[in-house]
Design a protein around this ligand. Structure first.
Ligand code: SF4
Length: 375
């Protein structure tokens, strides 16, 4: 159904409800979260990075453990990347951890150990886009920058009945302009938090709880009687699926071979079992044999399948098939120069792995292989 474009400027009524009723509601219902008990820009920055793709309840224990390990920006800058990745393991989207680590070093080297307090400066740090910059600056320094994440976009699309694809750049710009016009310059951090909280707990994607919402009187979608019609999104393409075959290759000492992923790749810097993607119609054992030959320059015989693990990433799904392999010829050497390591199964916990590989390791722990089967 066509709808009028959102007003260029919010009305006086809109401003009243967004700047008074909404923050008052937030004060009454705000969840007690560890990053809300601090005004330390470093801690706020860490929480904002964690919350980018992670649910609040999942992020809390990671946040506390991460800050126990790296209580200051100096501690994070001094840490080894492997250590940072290990403490991030399970949270996913590992580029966030690599960026945090690099940004901490930049903060120490270029900003005297203080998280920058201006938009232009903070945006020079790796991993800090417009959303994170606005969040950190408003929460830590009281700067008037409005955040626009998925929750805020949904609230605005509903209140102002924005009927265009919410992911389109032009729509995002309109929504950002609205957020910029609505933010309370006196208390921007509280306004941003209230907007995000409303989207997370009341104005949810399905079954929004309109009777509990402080924006009811100005909400266009509610007036139309169809909150769930907004935000409008284009139909998604089907999620692709890949079969991945990996080899569990032991040496005579009973150690398994793992390799480190390139830092600029997806899951960069994490360790994994060697293997790769199945070609169309290729038998899985042949995929495993071919990949180990291409990646490591070795010939292996591929034995039984140890397990099969399904895992979903944001844009695709995989099924990981793990095969026990025996070395027939050659010495493993990475064709791309990535580090390789032979590691005892019990010591694999010392390395950071993507989640599907971690489940394979759990399988190896619960189904130990006999030494006689190693070769
Ligand atoms: S009234 Fe309902 S649809 Fe409108 S902002 Fe509130 S929760 Fe969302």
């Amino acid at each position: 159904m066509p709808s009028a474009p959102p007003p260029a400027r919010p009305t006086a009524d809109d401003l009243r409800f967004f700047r008074q009723a909404l923050p008052a509601w937030f004060d009454a219902v705000a969840r007690d979260l560890p990053w809300r008990r601090t005004d330390d820009p470093y801690r706020i920055w860490i929480s904002e990075i964690m919350l980018q793709q992670t649910r609040v309840d999942q992020a809390v224990p990671y946040y506390e453990r991460f800050l126990a390990a790296f209580p200051t920006v100096h501690a994070l800058a001094d840490a080894e990347l492997d250590d940072v990745l290990r403490r991030w393991e399970g949270l996913g989207y590992y580029a966030r951890a690599r960026h945090l680590h690099r940004a901490a070093r930049t903060i120490v080297e270029r900003f005297g150990g203080r998280v920058p307090d201006t938009y232009d400066a903070i945006r020079t740090l790796p991993g800090i886009g417009p959303y994170t910059a606005a969040a950190v600056l408003s929460l830590a320094y009281g700067r008037s920058h409005a955040v626009l994440d998925g929750n805020v976009a949904r609230v605005l699309a509903r209140v102002f009945t924005v009927a265009d694809d919410v992911k389109a750049t032009a729509t995002r710009r309109r929504l950002q302009a609205l957020a910029d016009a609505l933010i309370d310059p006196e208390r921007p951090g509280r306004f941003n938090e209230a907007m995000m909280e409303l989207g997370a707990t009341v104005c949810t994607p399905t079954a929004s709880r309109c009777p509990a919402c402080p924006l009811r009187p100005v909400c266009g979608a509610l007036a139309e009687g169809r909150p769930e019609a907004y935000p409008v999104t284009k139909k998604k393409a089907p999620v692709p699926h890949h079969d991945i075959a990996v080899g569990v290759l032991f040496n005579e000492a009973g150690e398994v071979l793992i390799q480190r992923r390139p830092e600029d790749a997806m899951l960069g810097g994490l360790w994994e079992f060697p293997g790769g993607k199945r070609e169309p119609d290729e038998p899985l054992r042949e995929t495993c044999r071919r990949e180990l030959h291409e990646e490591l320059g070795i010939e292996v015989s591929v034995g039984e399948r140890l397990c099969r693990i399904d895992h979903a990433y944001s844009h695709f799904k995989i099924t990981l098939h793990a095969f026990r392999c025996a070395l027939r010829a050659g010495t493993p050497t990475s064709r791309t120069g990535q580090p390789l390591r032979w590691v005892a199964v019990e010591a694999l916990g010392d390395y950071a792995f993507p989640r599907a590989n971690r489940r394979l390791i759990e399988h190896l722990h619960s189904h130990p292989l006999q030494p006689s089967l190693f070769g």
